[in-house]
Write a protein that binds this ligand. Structure first.
Ligand code: ADP
Length: 540
């Protein structure tokens, strides 16, 4: 019957997205192998970019910092007051970037606009505090005349591909997202911004160039409960990526920039979106193959194409279009059509999002998952509104729900592969308590680090902090992960699916899974950038 045909079809397709425990374990092993390859040499599948950030905060950091974020359409300026007790206050302004500046003749036109926005922000939010200082600076005759401790340190989140060569140095590789200013290519974006800031004589130093995943890691580490510092920051939004705390000794490929090696640690930006571009272990359906072929970058970002928000809706669309082509299956069929002729799909509008590449938003997966009513009323309304299907039946909606669940479940299990790969790579579970990395330094610990007793030094710091906080070893044994992005924030049960997968992974299991804490990192780009500026200031 009609009902049975759709049910069977949903079941058959869902099975195509199965990703077994055995395959997951193979994936984790390969993820770790590709991580290590990226630490050893350049031009590997996972870039494993050294960030020159050599410590993560523990929540006791204090001070007032500036952060700016040049993303796609807006420029955000904010100041962050870190209270030193895991909390912060934030003031911010946002301005749309004028279209003509995105394609200006010279970089100067864009960056002088950005500096002007920083000046306006300081005047609006920090006039009292800095008035006298700004005046003094603006009347000083040499730059040296106004270098003092009142200078604002600024973290610059710049979401375009850069070749980072130091904590506040990075050259632009290419523009994306509609920007096109030829003379900026190859220039250091921090220098470009600093020059314009100096022309306005603002008391601001561009202290750090920030990648958004590193910002997520830092923000979570500052705000996470207790004294546990965070191991890993991950984004599951439009794209997916992660940054984690690695032992400096494991980064054996050449690093151009300067950094402070006393912590024995460095944050690495994995660029895991391109994990397994060669498709050795990633699960691949015919839908994945079709999507990749139609994408602007075939063969690239293969992990991301199975995991992130930009692609999950498109995978669902590809599946549904495939079913619509099958005359034997009555998806979105006109109820009045005869049982033996399902060729009519008259109930799908000609201009339906189903017929447009990339037109189905991943948020429909969340709607499908959260509608647990008997009649699937909300999901049917969404199918009608977003997919342009007239009066979808309960059976139609049930198929969409089952297929969407299968796609999201595979994405969550793949997310678990990446997270588990990093947890295992760092040895944080097997070596137990005292492995919490951190920038905490005392003279004795610095001595230990210098003499090579890095592990003991870090352990001493962690237990000292635990004692100071009156915490038991349970607190130290927690492995903390900070996450951000709409998929992990809004897809119901995403974390549960990740956890279920953790329990099936060799080396983690149920005991390890219990020790892993996952928390949302809010305001990552602002607070994270401020914290990196703080870390950078310590290195000056
Ligand atoms: P960004 O990563 O660009 O900073 P987001 O974290 O908001 O921004 O991610 C946006 C992506 O998440 C888009 O690809 C969108 O389709 C997807 N998305 C938005 N809402 C949801 C939702 N409720 N469930 C699943 N995916 C969503």
């Amino acid at each position: 019957s009609y009902r049975m045909a759709l049910q069977a079809e949903a079941k058959r397709i869902a099975a195509e997205f199965d990703y077994s425990d055995a395959e997951v374990n193979k994936g984790v092993a390969e993820f770790i192998a590709q991580m290590n390859e990226g630490l050893e040499k350049n031009a590997t599948t996972m870039s494993q970019i050294p960030t020159y950030v050599t410590g993560v905060p523990n929540g006791t950091e204090k001070g007032l910092y500036l952060a700016v974020d040049l993303g796609g359409t807006n420029f955000r300026v904010c100041s962050i007051q870190l209270h030193g007790n895991t909390t912060f206050s934030i003031a911010q302004s946002k301005v749309a970037i004028p279209k003509e500046l995105m394609v200006a003749k010279t970089a100067k036109e864009l960056f002088s606009f950005l500096a002007k926005q920083i000046e306006l922000f300081l005047k609006e939010h920090h006039e009292d505090h800095f008035d006298a200082h700004i005046k003094r600076r603006q009347t000083a005759s040499t730059p040296e005349g106004y270098r003092d401790e009142h200078i604002f340190r600024l973290g610059f989140t710049f979401s375009f591909p850069v070749h980072q060569i130091g904590i506040n140095r990075g050259t632009l590789i290419r523009w994306t997202k509609g920007f096109d200013i030829a003379d900026a290519i190859g220039q250091d974006v921090c220098v470009l911004l600093q020059k314009e800031i100096d022309l306005l004589k603002l008391p601001v130093k561009v202290a750090a160039l920030v990648n958004d995943t590193v910002g997520t890691l830092m923000a979570r580490s500052y705000t996470s409960p207790g004294k546990t510092s965070t191991l890993l920051g991950a984004i599951f939004g439009t794209g997916t990526n992660g940054a984690y705390v690695e032992k400096l000794a494991k980064i054996t490929k050449p690093m151009e920039g300067e950094y402070d090696s006393s912590t024995g640690l460095m944050v690495v930006n994995t660029e895991w979106g391109s994990f397994d571009n060669g498709l050795k272990v990633l699960p691949t359906t015919k839908y994945d193959t079709a999507l990749d072929k139609d994408s602007i970058n075939p063969g690239i970002q293969m992990f991301e194409k199975r995991v992130s928000g930009m692609f999950l809706g498109e995978i669902l669309r590809t599946v549904l279009v495939n079913i619509l082509k099958d005359p034997k299956v009555a998806l979105f069929a006109d109820e009045n059509s005869s049982q033996n002729d399902y060729s009519t799909t008259a109930s799908v509008a000609k201009d339906s999002a189903l017929y447009k590449d990339w037109a189905v938003d991943s948020s429909i997966l969340s709607v499908a998952e959260s509608d647990n009513t008997v009649g699937l009323k909300t999901l049917r309304q969404t199918i009608e509104k977003d997919l342009g299907v007239r009066a979808p039946s309960l059976e139609d909606a049930q198929l969409v729900k089952d297929v969407a669940h299968a796609i999201a479940k595979r994405a969550a299990r793949l997310a678990a592969v990446a997270l588990a790969g990093i947890v295992l790579q760092t040895g944080r579970l097997t070596r137990g308590a005292g492995q919490a990395p951190g920038p905490k330094s005392s003279a004795a610990i610095v001595e230990d680090v210098k003499s090579g007793n890095v592990v003991e030094a870090v352990a001493a710091t962690a237990s000292k902090l635990a004692n100071a906080a009156g915490l038991g070893t349970d607190e130290e044994e927690i492995v903390d992960i900070g996450v951000d992005g709409s998929l992990v924030e809004f897809y119901p049960g995403f974390e549960d699916l990740v956890r279920e997968t953790f329990r099936a992974i060799d080396g983690i299991g149920a005991a390890g899974e219990r020790r892993i804490r996952i928390g949302i990192a809010k305001d990552g780009s602002g607070v994270g950038a401020a914290l990196i500026a703080l870390v950078a200031a310590k290195m000056e």
